[in-house]
Design a protein around this ligand. Structure first.
Ligand SMILES: Nc1ncnc2c1ncn2[C@@H]1O[C@H](COP(=O)(O)OP(=O)(O)OP(=O)(O)O)[C@@H](O)[C@H]1O
Ligand SMILES: [Mg+2]
Length: 249
C-alpha cells in the first residue's frame, strides 16, 4: 500500500540492489502481453514492428532507445490509450477490443502513469493534484487525506503540498507527478522519462524510490535515455531501435 510505505531515500543508491525476482508463492503473473504488435500513426510508416514480449508482476525494467524511437508510444499501447494497428495487446489478461469502456477504466485504475510532460493541473494545489485520482474514484477526503500527505512527504514535498504546481521547480513537479501515479497503489507503474528534468543526484534518488516501490510489489517500467542511470541497476532492458524491440534480461 503506497500510503503505508515508509522509505528513507538515501543519497546514493546501492548499485548491487536486487530489483526483480520478487515472485510470489504462486509465481509471477503476466500483467502485459504484446503479440506481434505493429503501430503506425495515420498513413505513416510503422514505427513499432513485430513486438512480442510480456511484463510480469513484481518485475522492474528499463525502456530505452533514442528520442523518437517510440518509448512513449509503447507506454500508450500498454495503457491502451492507443490501439495497435496490428497484433494484440493485453493488460491484466484483457484486451481493449474485447471489453467495455467501464471495464477498461477499471483496468487502468491499477496502472500508475508518470507522463513525460507531468500533466499537473495549475488550478489545483499539489496536494489536490496528487489526490485527484482518488477524487475521481469517488473517495471521501477523510478516507485518503493522511495517505496523500504521507506520500507527499515520502517524495520530499511535505512542505510544498499547498502550493499550485506552477510555482514548483522542474524536479518538484516531477515528484508531484510520481506521487499522483503512486497514490492509486498501482500494480504496474509506467514512468515516462521520470528523471528527465532533474539533476543527476535527484535522478538517483528518484531511481531509488522506484526500486523501493518495486520491492513493495509494484511492477515498474521506467522509460529513460539515461545510460548512467541504467548502469546503476542490474535490471531488464527493453531497447527500441528502428521499430524493433530488443530485450536484454
Ligand atoms: N500522435 C502522433 N501522430 C503522428 N506521429 C507521432 C505521434 N506521436 C508520436 N509520433 C511519432 O512517432 C515516433 C515515436 O514517438 P514517441 O513519442 O513514441 O518517441 P519517444 O521514444 O518517446 O521519444 P522521446 O525520447 O523524444 O520522448 C516519432 O517519430 C514521433 O514523431
Ligand atoms: Mg517520449
Amino acid at each position: 500500500m503506497a500510503g503505508k510505505v515508509v522509505v528513507e531515500i538515501s543519497e546514493t543508491p546501492h548499485p548491487d540492489v536486487e530489483v526483480s525476482g520478487q515472485a510470489s508463492a504462486e509465481g509471477p503473473e503476466e500483467l502485459v502481453r504484446f503479440e506481434n504488435v505493429g503501430l503506425r500513426y495515420g498513413i505513416g510508416p510503422e514505427i513499432l514492428r513485430d513486438l512480442d514480449f510480456s511484463i510480469e508482476s513484481h518485475s522492474f525494467q528499463f525502456l530505452t532507445g533514442p528520442s523518437g524511437a517510440g518509448k512513449t508510444t509503447l507506454l500508450k499501447l500498454i495503457l491502451q490509450t492507443l490501439r495497435p494497428t496490428r497484433g494484440r495487446v493485453t493488460l491484466f489478461g484483457q484486451s481493449v477490443g474485447s471489453i467495455s469502456k467501464a471495464e477498461l477504466a477499471h483496468l487502468r485504475r491499477r496502472v500508475g502513469i508518470v507522463f513525460q510532460d507531468f500533466r499537473l493541473l495549475d488550478h489545483l494545489t499539489t496536494y489536490e493534484n496528487v489526490a485527484l485520482p482518488l477524487v475521481v474514484q469517488g473517495r471521501e477526503e477523510a478516507s485518503y487525506r493522511a495517505e496523500v500527505i504521507e506520500l507527499l512527504k515520502w517524495v520530499g514535498l511535505g512542505d510544498r503540498m499547498h502550493v499550485p504546481p506552477v510555482i514548483l521547480s522542474g524536479g518538484e513537479k516531477q515528484r508531484a507527478a510520481i506521487a499522483r501515479a503512486l497514490i492509486v497503489q498501482p500494480r504496474l507503474l509506467l514512468a515516462d522519462e521520470p528523471t528527465g528534468n532533474v539533476d543527476p543526484s535527484l535522478a538517483r534518488r528518484l531511481l531509488r524510490l522506484f526500486i523501493e516501490l518495486n520491492h513493495t510489489g509494484t511492477a515498474v517500467v521506467l522509460a529513460t535515455h539515461d545510460l548512467q542511470l541504467m548502469d546503476l541497476v542490474d535490471a531488464r532492458r527493453m531497447v527500441l531501435a528502428e521499430g524493433h524491440l530488443h530485450i536484454y534480461e
